[in-house]
Design a protein around this ligand. Structure first.
Ligand code: HPA
Ligand code: MG
Length: 215
């Protein structure tokens, strides 16, 4: 597939007045970077690519928590709708894996897989890793290596957002929603120290917001 909708470096986002959002974040976000409706339609389009590639194979979805939960849930719904219209009913199973590598808006060196049962059920399966954001690519690279030790039949990666950085994030991600500049974004389950997950739009955090929720 194409490698995502490219959001240019000079994209200022939309003024907050143009959309609705939770009132308590009024001072904490600078702009609506990608409106929720645009995200949803893009996720639907990504589902069509995935359905085409997986064909009649059942999909073992591996959702990377916590940031991936909304993307994963919407993506799987769209895949299921497409699967209903095909000859063979497509089975989508979802498993969760929890990783943590961020403190404030900085990537920390170490990747922790903090919540997951034994992944040996991945053996021989067609696996789709679903991640909200591929940033430095370090997390995804480590996760792919880990998943491959279980010898799945095939592994693909869906990333809603991929940051434009001199990294290997692009090669790692088979399905890209949006390619974005190197800015810290929140919303649609993406957090800043656990805040903003309840914001539907993808937004850029303000200076005030960064200060307010700093740990
Ligand atoms: N926002 C939220 N979480 C993240 C980001 C980001 O831009 N990059 C990596 N984790
Ligand atoms: Mg986070």
């Amino acid at each position: 597939m194409e490698k995502g909708i490219v959001i240019k470096d000079d994209w200022p986002g939309y003024s907050l007045d143009l959309f609705t959002y939770p009132e308590h974040y009024h001072d904490d976000i600078e702009c609506v970077y990608i409106p929720h409706g645009v995200v949803m339609n893009r996720v639907e389009r990504m589902a069509t690519y995935i359905k085409d590639d997986f064909g009649d194979n059942n999909i073992m979805v591996l959702c990377v928590l916590k940031g991936g939960y909304k993307f994963c849930s919407d993506l799987v719904e769209f895949i299921k709708i497409l699967g209903r219209n095909s000859d063979k009913y497509l089975e989508t199973r979802v498993e969760f894996i929890r990783l943590k590598s961020y403190m404030n808006d900085q990537s920390t060196e170490d990747l922790h897989i903090i919540g997951s049962r034994d992944l040996s059920f991945l053996r021989g399966k067609c696996v789709l890793i679903v991640e909200a954001i591929v940033d430095t690519g370090k997390t995804m690279k480590a996760l792919l290596k880990h998943v491959e030790t279980y010898e799945p039949k095939m592994v693909k990666v869906a990333g809603l957002l991929v940051k434009r950085l001199p990294n290997m994030a692009e090669q790692l991600t088979d399905y890209v929603g949006f390619e974005i500049p190197n800015r810290f974004v929140v919303g649609y389950a993406l957090d800043y120290n656990e805040y903003f997950r309840d914001l539907n739009h993808i937004c850029v955090i303000s200076k005030t917001g960064k200060m307010k929720y700093k740990v």
